[in-house]
Ligand binder design. Structure first.
Ligand code: CAA
Length: 240
């Protein structure tokens, strides 16, 4: 029976590749997006993947959205908490809004989305949760105290959740991608980006597919003994 997967931020960047990889492994995929309707239309037309618009930082919007997904595709078996934003600034210049926008979107969303699916997963005794952290939640990064805090928070959240749910057929794992070829990274100043690429031993940015294939692996029914783990996929840039 096809599993139902929800990928937040699933229409662009890493999320787009993750949605496609899960679709290719036989899942019914719901990809959420926040504001880029053109990108959502593109993946829907190209792949037939169902897209849903809501703000993952808003609990009530998540509840409404997940109710629609469940009605149309069935109960959620696989949740990929991928949606994330940056609002980079060195901390002494960071506004309250930059701090909370990133915390609400990149970490608060994990409470919202996961809280709404976890009870059903426990009842059905199956779940796969994959949370997308970042190399910068592992090592820190100038200009990202908000983002690094949220991404490091994902690690603790995931370990606690993995322990609580291990006996219920639910696995919870983290992927910490390095710098990948996405719009988020392309937005960096060229000089900053060049310096970053020079520090990646593999000698290139990651591709979204480099990340997506590991998500599909972890989401598989056969991956039931892998839980509470963090996978660094960063071309050797940071060895934890
Ligand atoms: N390594 C070493 N030093 C660095 C540095 C780095 N990567 N980045 C900045 N600095 C230094 C600068 O040289 C500067 O030092 P001095 O004051 O001694 O000259 C100081 O930090 C302040 O930097 P800026 O002059 O650039 O300050 P700014 O206010 O103009 O810009 C910034 C700040 C916007 C944060 C900018 O530094 C920047 O874009 N940094 C990169 C942030 C980054 O890597 N973001 C990742 C986005 S992609 C992503 O998040 C995906 C993922 O998960 C990997």
């Amino acid at each position: 029976m096809a599993r139902t997967a929800v990928v937040t931020g699933g229409t662009r960047g890493l999320g787009r590749a993750i949605s496609l990889a899960l679709r290719d492994s036989g899942c019914k995929v719901a990809a959420t997006y926040h504001s880029n309707a053109a990108a959502a239309r593109e993946i829907q037309e190209a792949s037939g993947i169902a897209v849903y618009q809501w703000d993952v930082a808003d609990f009530d919007a998540c509840a409404d959205g997940l109710a629609q997904v469940t009605q149309q595709l069935g109960p959620v078996d696989i949740l990929v908490n991928n949606a994330g934003i940056t609002a980079d600034a060195t901390f002494h210049k960071m506004s309250k809004e930059q701090w909370w926008h990133v915390m609400r979107t990149n970490l608060g969303s994990l409470f919202n989305m996961t809280r709404l699916v976890i009870e059903g997963m426990r009842e059905r005794r199956f779940g796969r949760i994959v949370n997308i952290s970042s190399i910068n939640g592992r090592k820190g990064q100038i200009g990202q105290s908000n983002y690094a805090a949220a991404k490091a928070g994902i690690l603790g959240f995931s370990k606690a959740l993995a322990l609580e749910n291990a006996k219920h057929g639910i696995t919870v794992n983290v992927i910490a991608p390095g710098y990948c070829d996405t719009a988020m990274v392309a937005a960096l100043r060229p000089k900053v980006l060049d310096a970053i690429v020079a520090g990646i031993p593999v000698g290139r940015l990651g591709t979204p597919e480099d990340i997506a294939r590991v998500v599909a692996f972890l989401a598989d029914d056969a991956a039931g003994f892998i839980t509470g783990a963090t996978f660094d996929i960063n071309g050797g840039q940071y060895l934890a």
